[in-house]
Design a protein around this ligand. Structure first.
Ligand code: FAD
Length: 478
């Protein structure tokens, strides 16, 4: 990977790069695959179980999906995602999965190198994005087969590694490994630069003309630094005709906004607890770990601490039976470990003390402040203040996209520019069939940034971008 760093970032380019992808998670990897000339066609012998979709697919036999009208094909599809193209690509890759089936994809892939568009994928970590920051032993929420990228089934990959799925789910560590392997197996490595952090993207006036009758498009200047082998930082600056934002939403953890939050014992990643356990800074005999939040990351932290016999205080603002809590939406049979945490939240609460040791939940409590002597001050629903001594604090209340490298931190690109950018409530406003920003030509956004929150659905965004870029580059076969 290091030689690629030098080759890619050290060369003076006279020509701008056609495409620069920022972020090397599942979205960036899937897009790199499609831009490398891997072209999806519907298998001539395949019959899709959705009759309307099957009829439409049969209208254009032998035409690559990238060259078809994605708007037309996806019309009328329904599922667990808002994006029509995400639903379409998912339906073609996993035709009957939402009905419990295991039907093979109706797509076949041809490697047509002449259709490849030169591109580069920059990422802070190794290829796999957020999956390299998620605790490796954590079991995915999604079924293992939904974590896979095109033309390499997770199940098959896991079988070859002589590993297994747990209750049809994979561990985060296996998934991170799968994404890295995917880049190697599909020979995409030369497009990837790991350890590269983008700190600024600027664009100017449209470049005039260009050959082949292309529309004038703006030029993007992308700069940042790459961490070299000796851990020094080397700056880089690249010019690109199109930029794809695939930076996810995990880099900027949400804060409580209370006094004392910057104290050194307050952390925002499960990795901090793991490090403290390894270093012996928290032990079964130490003070409790305070875990703040009622989502799955907080539940993972509770499970990890309990596994290490570390005492836990678990605090959250909502009532335990609030229908908005994720635990109240997950089927108990499929997620026994999260059900167990939910049960503890309910039964081992300060509101109904129980004989269990080592775990105490504080539902409907608000944190007021942290003190330097490791005291956490809370207020309960009746306005009563309570103080607990803690060994370490883990705040796991979600995260925000970090687009600080864009002009105005990307605020103008959101659906509602007056509200903070948010994957769930206010994503980047993109055209649903190209994923190009509605505000800036040549700028694309995929994955949670564009409102697609699961790996199975981020791939539709990549398909839409690839299709749009192929049209722009006029690379369709004659
Ligand atoms: C704890 C947890 C559990 C999850 N469980 C599931 C699950 O079970 N199933 C599921 O489908 N989804 C799950 N998700 C969501 C899933 O991780 C995302 O949907 C998916 O990873 C999004 O892919 P992405 O490529 O768009 O972004 P990411 O995977 O977030 O990758 C983006 C990468 O870009 C990098 N980056 C950001 N800014 C820059 C910059 N300026 N310069 C260079 N690089 C940058 C980031 O560091 C990151 O590595 C989970 C997420 C978390 C946090």
């Amino acid at each position: 990977m290091n030689s690629h760093r030098r080759d890619h970032l050290g060369t003076d380019r006279s020509e701008p790069l056609p495409v620069l992808i920022i972020g090397n998670g599942p979205s960036g990897i899937c897009l790199s695959y499609l831009l490398s000339g891997y072209t999806p066609y519907v298998r001539p012998d395949a019959v899709h179980p959705h009759p309307l979709l099957q009829r439409k697919l049969a209208e254009a036999p032998g035409v690559s999906l990238l060259d078809q009208d994605l708007d037309y094909l996806s019309e009328g599809l329904e599922g667990r995602c808002q994006s029509p193209v995400a639903l379409l690509f998912d339906a073609l890759l996993r035709p009957d999965t939402d009905f419990g089936g295991n039907m093979e994809s109706v797509l076949t892939w041809k490697h047509q190198k002449e259709r490849a568009i030169p591109h580069m994928v920059l990422g802070r970590n190794l290829p796999g994005g957020a999956w390299h920051s998620i605790e490796g032993s954590m079991v995915t929420l999604s079924q293992g087969q939904w974590m896979g990228l095109p033309d390499l089934q997770v199940k098959e990959w896991i079988r070859r590694k002589r590993r297994g799925l747990r209750n049809s789910r994979a561990t985060a560590g296996d998934i991170a490994h799968y994404y890295r392997d995917y880049v190697t197996k599909k020979d995409l490595g030369r497009n990837f630069v790991s350890g590269a952090v983008v700190t600024a993207v600027e664009w100017g006036t449209p470049e005039s003309g260009g050959s082949g009758g292309r529309e004038p498009s703006p030029l993007f200047q992308v700069s940042g630094f790459v961490t070299t082998e000796d851990q020094s930082r080397r700056p880089f600056s690249l010019c690109a005709r199109n930029v794809v934002l695939a930076t996810g939403t995990s880099d900027s953890p949400a804060r409580l906004g209370v006094p004392g939050e910057a104290l050194p014992f307050v952390h925002y990643e499960l990795a901090a607890l793991e490090a403290a356990v390894r270093a012996g800074a928290v032990t079964p005999a130490s003070g409790p770990v305070l875990i703040v939040g009622a989502g799955l990351s907080a539940a993972d932290a509770v499970l990890y601490a309990r596994h290490c016999n570390i005492p836990v205080i678990h605090t959250f603002r909502r009532p335990v039976d609030d229908p908005g809590l994720v635990f109240n939406q997950l089927p108990k049979m499929l997620y026994p470990e999260y059900h167990k945490v939910h049960q503890m939240m309910r039964e081992q609460s300060i509101l109904s003390p129980s004989p269990y040791e080592g775990y105490l939940s504080l539902p409907e409590h608000r944190l007021l402040l942290f003190k330097a002597d490791r005291q956490a001050v809370f207020q309960d629903r009746d306005g009563l203040q309570k103080v607990f001594g803690v060994a370490l604090v883990l705040v796991l209340i979600g995260s925000h996209p970090d687009l600080s490298f864009l002009p105005g931190a990307g605020a103008d690109l959101a659906m509602d520019p007056d509200q903070p950018l948010s994957a769930k409530r206010n994503p980047i406003d993109v055209d649903p069939f190209t994923y190009q920003s509605t505000r800036q030509e040549g700028l694309y956004a995929v994955g949670p940034l564009a409102g697609d929150n699961f790996v199975r659905f981020v791939q539709g965004g990549a398909l839409a971008v690839a299709s749009s870029l192929l049209r722009k580059e006029a690379r369709k076969p004659p």
